[in-house]
Design a protein around this ligand. Structure first.
Ligand code: ATP
Length: 284
C-alpha cells in the first residue's frame, strides 16, 4: 500500500476552481486548472503577474481549499478534515517573508518548525544552526527577523522551511530581492533539496533560473494551465506559448536563438551549454 502511494504524484490538480472571497461575483483566480507534479521532481510555475501562481501555492499545503475540482497531495484529496495536516509534509516559503516571522530572533524563528514537530530544544537549535550555515546567515542568528532587509528575511524564511525537513518544498519567487551571492546560495540549496529526493517547486519570473534548474515548467495564465513541458521544449520549440503568457526567452536562449538550430530543442539554453558551444566554434 505504501509502495502504491510512493508512485502517486506529489501534487495533482484536477479542474481546480478558486475564487477569493468565495463569491461567484469574483473572477476566478484559478479557473479549472489541471496538472501534475511528480515526486522528487524540480518544477517551475511560470506565468505573468496575476496568473494564479501564488494562489496555486496556497492550495499545495492545504492553506486554501478549492471551490470545485480536486487537489491531491501524495494521492490523498485535500479535505476539510485533513487540511491542517499538510503543513507538516509541504513546506512553503511565501512571496512575502513577513508572513512567516514568528520569533524574536532569527535562530529561534528557524528552530520554531522543528520544535512544533516535537523535536527537543537542543536538536531544534542544532538544525537551525545547520540551516543557517547552508544559507550563510549565521551572523544574523541573534537579530530580530522583523529588523532585517527583505532579502535577509527571505533567506531566514527559506532556512525555516529547510529546518522542517518536509517531503516537498515550495518557494514563491526564490530570488526576488536577493543579491547575486544570495541567489547563488538559494540555487545551490534548491538543487541540494532535489538531490535529497525532495519535490521542489518554485514560482518565478526568472526564465534563466527555469532553464538552469527546472525539469518541468508549468505555464499558467488567467488561472489555467497552458502547458507543462521541459524548459528545453518550452524555450527551444514553443516561443508562441511563452509570448501568450507574456514571458520571454531567458538571456542565453535569446542570444542562441539568433542561430538557426535544427532540431530547435538542440539550442543551448543553459550558460554552460552555450559556453561549450562557443568554445567549439572558436576551435573550428
Ligand atoms: N487577497 C486577494 N483578494 C482578492 N483577489 C486576489 C487576492 N490575491 C490575489 N488575488 C487575485 O487572484 C489572481 C491571481 O493572483 P496570484 O497572486 O495568485 O497571481 P500570481 O501569478 O502569483 O502573480 P504575481 O506573479 O504577480 O505574484 C489575480 O487576479 C489577483 O488579483
Amino acid at each position: 500500500m505504501e509502495g502504491d502511494r510512493m508512485m502517486e504524484p506529489m501534487f495533482q490538480f484536477d479542474n481546480v476552481v478558486y475564487r477569493y472571497g468565495g463569491s461567484d461575483a469574483q473572477p476566478a483566480a484559478l479557473n479549472g486548472i489541471s496538472f501534475e507534479i511528480p515526486r522528487g521532481s524540480r518544477t517551475a510555475l511560470i506565468g505573468p503577474n496575476g496568473a494564479g501562481k501564488s494562489t496555486l501555492i496556497f492550495h499545495m499545503n492545504g492553506l486554501f481549499r478549492c471551490a470545485s475540482g480536486a487537489v491531491r497531495i501524495m494521492g490523498e484529496p485535500v479535505t476539510k478534515s485533513n487540511q491542517a495536516e499538510w503543513v507538516r509534509k509541504v513546506g512553503v516559503v511565501f512571496q512575502d517573508p513577513d508572513d512567516q516571522i514568528v520569533s524574536m530572533t532569527v535562530k529561534d524563528d528557524i528552530a520554531f518548525g522543528p520544535l512544533q514537530l516535537g523535536r527537543p530544544v537542543h536538536e531544534a537549535h542544532r538544525i537551525a544552526e545547520e540551516c543557517m550555515a547552508l544559507l550563510a546567515i549565521e551572523p544574523l542568528a541573534a537579530r530580530n527577523p522583523s529588523d532585517l532587509s527583505f532579502g535577509q528575511k527571505k533567506m531566514v524564511a527559506i532556512a525555516g522551511v529547510l529546518a522542517m525537513d518536509t517531503e516537498a518544498v515550495i518557494v514563491d519567487e526564490p530570488m526576488a530581492f536577493l543579491d547575486p551571492e544570495g541567489q547563488r546560495l538559494i540555487h545551490d540549496v534548491l538543487t541540494l533539496l532535489a538531490q535529497r529526493g525532495k519535490t521542489v517547486v518554485i514560482a518565478t519570473h526568472q526564465m534563466q533560473l527555469v532553464a538552469e534548474w527546472a525539469e518541468q515548467a508549468i505555464v499558467i495564465r488567467e488561472g489555467a494551465c497552458l502547458g507543462s513541458m521541459t524548459p528545453r521544449e518550452l524555450f527551444g520549440c514553443r516561443p508562441e506559448l511563452l509570448a501568450s503568457a507574456r514571458l520571454d526567452l531567458p538571456p542565453v536562449a535569446k542570444l542562441m536563438s539568433a542561430f538557426a538550430w535544427n532540431p530547435p530543442e538542440s539550442m543551448p539554453i543553459r550558460m554552460e551549454e552555450a559556453r561549450q558551444w562557443l568554445r567549439q566554434q572558436q576551435d573550428l
